[in-house]
Structure formats: C-alpha cells, structure tokens
Design a protein around this ligand. Structure first.
Ligand SMILES: [Zn+2]
Ligand SMILES: [Zn+2]
Length: 336
C-alpha cells in the first residue's frame, strides 16, 4: 500500500469479490514500472492511499455471473486500459486518447502488488501455454513500445539510435530490429550496453566516454540516423536524439522527463532538414494483443530483461532498485 512519499507498507485488505462483469485473479507476477516509482518518490502526485502496479498477471479464481469464455484456473494478463469504443477519439481509431479511459480504468481498479486483484471483462488476454507468468508481465510495457515504434517511421535498412538501454530501451531495440533496422544502442551503463549488444544492437556507444553525436556520425558515413528513440527522461539525451538525425529523421521522445524541464532548440535543423519531433505514450488494445503475440512467438526476448524476482514483502526494495537503476526489470511475485 502506498501511503505517501516513499512509504510502502504491507496491509491486510479484503480479498476482492467479482462483480457480475469482473474477474478476480491470484496475482502471480507484477512488474515495477518507472511510472509506479514516480508516484512513490513524489515526482507524480498521489492524492490517496493505493495499491500500485499495473503490469499484473495471474490465475483466475472467481468469475462474475456475466463473464463468458473463461474458467477458474485460466492464466490471464490484465490490460489496465479500458477504452470506451464510442468517444470521438475511439471512433477515430485513436484508442490511446480515449476520453473515457481514465474514468473506466480507475473504476474499481486494484493494483498489482497484492495477492489478489481483479479486472473487468473483457479487458484481459489469456496467456499462451508456452509463456510464463513472468514473461507475460511484460505485455503492458511491450505494448507501449509497439506504440512507440508506430510513431518512429522506421523503414527496412534504416539506422536507428536507441538512447537509454533500460528494460524499455531494450524492448524498443528488439522491435526496431524486427522492423529491419540497423541499431545503434546508447547508454551510460556498461552492463546495459553489453546486454543491448547481446539482444541484437549492431553498434554500441557508451556515452560516458564516447561523444554520442560524433560517434553516431562516424557510424553513419556522416549522415546521422533516420530515427532516434529516447527511452530515458532528461534534456541531454533528448537533445542528442535530435542532433544525431539525418534529413527527414524522426525523434521519438518515448520517456517522460521528471522533474519537468525545458530544452532550448535551434529551430533551423527541423526546418531545413525536415525533422520530425514526436512522442509516444500508452498503447491501443491491439498493441496489447500484439505484444503478447511477440512474446509467444519469441520475436521479443523479455526473459533476459528480468534482473530481480522479489516476494511481495520486498516491494519497497524493488522500488529502490528501479529508482537507482541497479538492475533491469524487477518483478514482484506475491505467490511463488
Ligand atoms: Zn508500465
Ligand atoms: Zn473512447
């Protein structure tokens, strides 16, 4: 339970009961997302006590009367984003901006760092037999990355820079590679860059001791990259992402930046070079389905991104690990 600033405690709460269109599940795994950490460390406001965690998977233990096509014992992954399908943006196909998503998703939402949680029918997917709970817990972050790729205008053979090789950057890397891109992975931490190499990066840059802009230019015959995806918040990586673009290149500001900042930009390069500056956030229901499929078919390796599996009692420790970037993906496992 998040009580306030950096204050997570274990509390006994009522086991959730399934309403007529709800499914109760025993949480088997829930990933810690940087957005959870931001609520914990005060970068984002939390106005009430709550159980965090939106990347949860588990085993169905109770079904509401109206739920069909699911049985007790089934393995599911919860899609926390519930969209209405009828608002202006849903009808335009822009489910990311559903006007009702906030309200619908909050209604009766229980977090994932707990023993039992629930989901509204039909906002879940069944987990394929060959996918473990821990892997399925990546469906949500991977769906966000798929959405990010849609915004990044990557063509086969393009040069793509992934700036920031945390769990998100390493998923974006694999997706860009699946699109046929040549990948340049950039980070400050050597272990992350080495894993980027293992997961398919063609070139790696340690920005601590190499000049990012010059090295990228050297690696691309002086042109720069067609797309740079910035998977870390902060003015410097975003500025670098813009400065390494070739003509017609796209900068995708994938990560939020906290605390808030401003970046001075010379407007001439975007003007003269046809540069595009975009961002991406959340995902559509189809991205969510696609994410699970990419895990099932082995197109994206998420297993290699797990650095810690912790019991519920060590959730606070998990948050500390994520905020200090001491590992990669931390998964909380309320039941072993
Ligand atoms: Zn997340
Ligand atoms: Zn809508």
């Amino acid at each position: 339970m998040l009580n306030g600033y950096m204050d997570l405690t274990i509390e006994e709460v009522e086991t959730p009961v399934a309403g007529e269109d709800e499914i109760v599940f025993k949480v088997m795994a829930c990933g810690i997302c940087p957005s959870d950490v931001r609520r914990w460390n005060g970068n984002r406001n939390v106005t009430h006590k709550r159980i965090l965690g939106h990347e949860s998977v588990g085993e169905v233990t109770e079904l509401g009367d109206k739920v069909e096509g699911l049985e007790v014992g089934d393995r599911i992954v919860r899609d926390w984003r519930n969209t209405c399908g009828t608002c202006y943006y849903c009808r335009k196909g822009l489910y990311n901006f559903c006007l009702e998503a906030e309200t619908l998703s909050r209604l009766g939402f229980l977090g994932g760092f707990c023993e039992y949680s629930k989901v509204k029918d039909p906002v879940y997917r069944k987990i394929p037999d060959n996918v473990s709970y821990d892997e399925a817990a990546f469906t949500e972050p991977l769906a966000c990355c798929i959405n990010g790729i849609h915004q990044s205008n990557i063509e086969m053979g393009d040069d793509v820079a992934i700036i920031g090789c945390g769990p998100i950057g390493l998923q974006l890397l694999q997706l860009s590679k699946a699109r046929g891109a040549r990948i340049i992975a950039i980070d400050l931490k050597e272990d992350r860059i080495q894993l980027a190499r293992k997961l398919g990066a063609h070139d790696i840059i340690n920005a601590r001791d190499q000049n990012t802009i010059q090295t990228v230019k050297d690696l691309t015959e002086g042109r720069g990259v067609n797309a740079s995806i910035v998977a870390v918040g902060g003015a410097i990586p975003i500025k670098n992402g813009l400065d390494i673009l070739d003509y017609e290149g796209t900068l995708n500001i994938f990560a939020g930046t906290y605390p808030k900042t401003e970046i001075p930009i010379d407007p001439n390069p975007p003007h003269y070079k046809h540069l595009k500056i975009t961002g991406s956030h959340d995902f559509t229901p189809h991205d969510f389905s696609t994410a699970l499929k990419l895990i099932e078919k082995g197109i994206v390796d998420v297993k290699s991104l797990i650095s810690h599996r912790l019991p519920l009692e060590e959730t606070q420790k998990g948050f500390e690990i994520v905020s200090k970037q001491e590992g990669l993906k931390v998964i909380i496992k309320p039941h072993q």
